[in-house]
Design a protein. Structure first.
Length: 134
C-alpha cells in the first residue's frame, strides 16, 4: 500500500526562523510553500523525501494546539499511496482509527487522509496521493 515516505512534518512556531535554521545548519533549501486551511507549510527535500515545516495560521489551528500540548517537533509521518480513497477504506476495514472519513485536499493539489495516533503506536500518519501530471 505505501509507495514511500513522502515527508516528515515538523510543527514550528515560526516557519521563517525554522527555514533559516535548516538552511544555515544543514544546507537544506525550501522548494515550495503552501497554505492549506489553518496551516502554512514549507517543503525541504532530502533525497527522495522531504521535511515539511508546518506553522499554525490561527491560534485555534491544529498545529497551534499541537505545539501548546506537546511543543515544537515531529508532528506526523506521511506515506505516499497510489489511491488515497482505496487506501483509506482498506485501513478502516482493518480496524485502524481514522481522523478523516474521506480524503481531503492537501498541499500541492494532493489528496490526503490522516490516521489516528491511537492506531499507529502514537504516530499521526498521513496518507498522500499526489496529483498526476498529464
Amino acid at each position: 500500500m505505501f509507495k514511500k515516505i513522502d515527508h516528515i512534518a515538523i510543527a514550528v512556531k515560526d516557519i521563517e526562523s525554522a527555514i533559516l535554521f535548516f538552511k544555515e545548519r544543514y544546507g537544506l533549501e525550501t522548494t515550495s510553500q503552501d497554505t492549506v486551511g489553518d496551516t502554512k507549510a514549507a517543503f525541504l527535500p532530502i533525497g527522495d523525501t522531504r521535511l515539511e515545516l508546518v506553522q499554525a495560521v490561527t491560534p485555534e489551528g491544529v498545529i497551534a494546539k499541537h505545539i501548546e500540548k506537546k511543543g515544537e517537533g515531529i508532528h506526523h509521518i506521511a506515506f505516499e499511496v497510489e489511491d488515497v480513497g482505496s487506501s483509506l477504506e482498506k485501513v478502516k476495514s482493518d480496524g485502524v482509527a481514522c481522523i478523516d472519513k474521506v480524503p481531503r485536499k492537501g498541499a500541492h493539489d494532493s489528496m490526503v487522509a490522516f490516521l489516528h495516533p491511537n492506531s499507529n503506536y502514537g504516530i499521526l500518519v498521513e496518507l498522500v496521493q499526489h496529483h498526476k501530471k498529464e
